[in-house]
Design a protein around this ligand. Structure first.
Ligand code: GFB
Length: 310
């Protein structure tokens, strides 16, 4: 990927796309094509086809997606499958029609079966039933992986798929109904401290385990793989370490400095009991995560001042 390559980052204002853009800018790349969802509706086939015909990017990072935490995935089930399938079908097909040199499709660790053994190896894909709360989203992401592989097999397209674990970092979503657990708990503990509340309510039992990767690490891995990896199938991107949600809550409580109690809303779902990535394929490819969880959360917490709820 030479420094003048024309790069399209789909979803450049989201947490993942903005991290990839920051990282590429730091490396000296400057020839970007960027469109907000207002300027280009990726769910619209005609708009996407015309955009690719005119712009003809060399490289595509497909980081645009409808995403959210466990409740959003479970509530907006139709929107999660429809919007994600439309976005990825349109972009992947238009990339093929316009001779894009390479495309990276970003998925998620929820593509693996709910009860798969741990850590999750890439070849566990499609070996069992999915977690029901995010099945529509996972089905869309699995279709994206298979579409990249099918276009490679039939048309020789160099399209690669990467599966990040749960992410956090700048430009995360702090809407308590739609967000993931890590930003939700930062906000809940911060607001409880600010308002001298006695307790913070977390969802579920707190026993599920999750793995968390700082989005700057993810961006680093994506760019590394965009430059070096050219195979079918998928590559997990994670740290290889996980933590129980209740221990994550204690860590965030400590970082924020909240002194009250933690209680549980057991009406809310737990989701998958565990989804720890096997990162040996990634490490064999030559990449390892660098940002520790505590250090990552501390840096996120220090940089929240521009959020309107802060
Ligand atoms: O991060 P999260 O929403 O999504 O929830 P998933 C992870 C765990 O944290 C669940 C618990 O067991 C939640 O019940 N949790 C505790 C909370 N307190 C809270 C809270 O205040 N807010 C939230 N959101 N959770 C999503 C998938 O699954 O993760 C997506 O639905 C995708 O498809 C994404 O894979 C990365 O890790 O369960």
């Amino acid at each position: 990927m030479d420094k003048n390559a024309k790069i399209y980052i789909a979803g450049h204002r989201g947490m993942v796309g903005s991290a990839i853009l920051r990282r590429l800018l730091n490396e000296g790349y400057s020839n970007f094509i960027l469109r907000t969802s207002k300027d280009l509706d990726l769910r619209n086939q005609l708009e996407v086809a015309e955009f690719f015909r005119v712009e003809k990017p060399d490289y595509v990072f497909l980081a645009a997606a409808k995403v959210g935490g466990i409740l959003a995935n479970n509530t907006y089930r139709g929107a999660f499958i429809y919007e994600n399938l439309m976005i990825q079908n349109n972009v992947i097909h238009a990339a093929y029609e316009n001779q894009v040199k390479k495309l990276m499709f970003l998925g998620s660790s929820c593509i693996y079966p709910k009860m798969a053994s741990q850590p999750l190896k890439e070849d566990y894909l499609l070996t069992g039933l999915l977690e029901p709360t995010n099945e529509p989203y996972a089905i869309a992401k699995i279709a994206g992986i298979k579409m990249c592989d099918a276009y490679r097999a039939q048309y020789g397209c160099n399209y690669i798929s990467v599966m990040p674990t749960n992410l956090y970092g700048p430009n995360d979503n702090y809407d308590l109904e739609k967000s993931h657990v890590l930003p939700a708990l930062i906000r809940k503990f911060h607001e409880a401290k600010k308002n001298n509340l006695k307790e913070v309510v977390m969802w579920g039992t707190g026993t599920p385990k999750r793995e968390f990767l700082h989005v700057d690490d993810l961006a680093d891995a994506c760019i590394y793989l965009m430059k070096t990896y050219n195979e079918e199938g998928l590559v997990n991107i994670g740290t290889g370490e996980d933590i129980a949600i209740k221990d994550l809550a204690l860590m965030i409580k400590d970082i924020v400095g909240f002194e009250g109690n933690i209680t549980h809303d057991l009406e809310k779902p737990d989701g998958t009991p565990r989804k720890l990535m096997d990162v040996s394929k990634l490490e064999r490819a030559g990449w390892k995560a660098k940002i520790g969880l505590k250090e990552g959360i501390e840096s996120v917490y220090q940089n929240l001042k521009s959020e309107d709820w802060y």
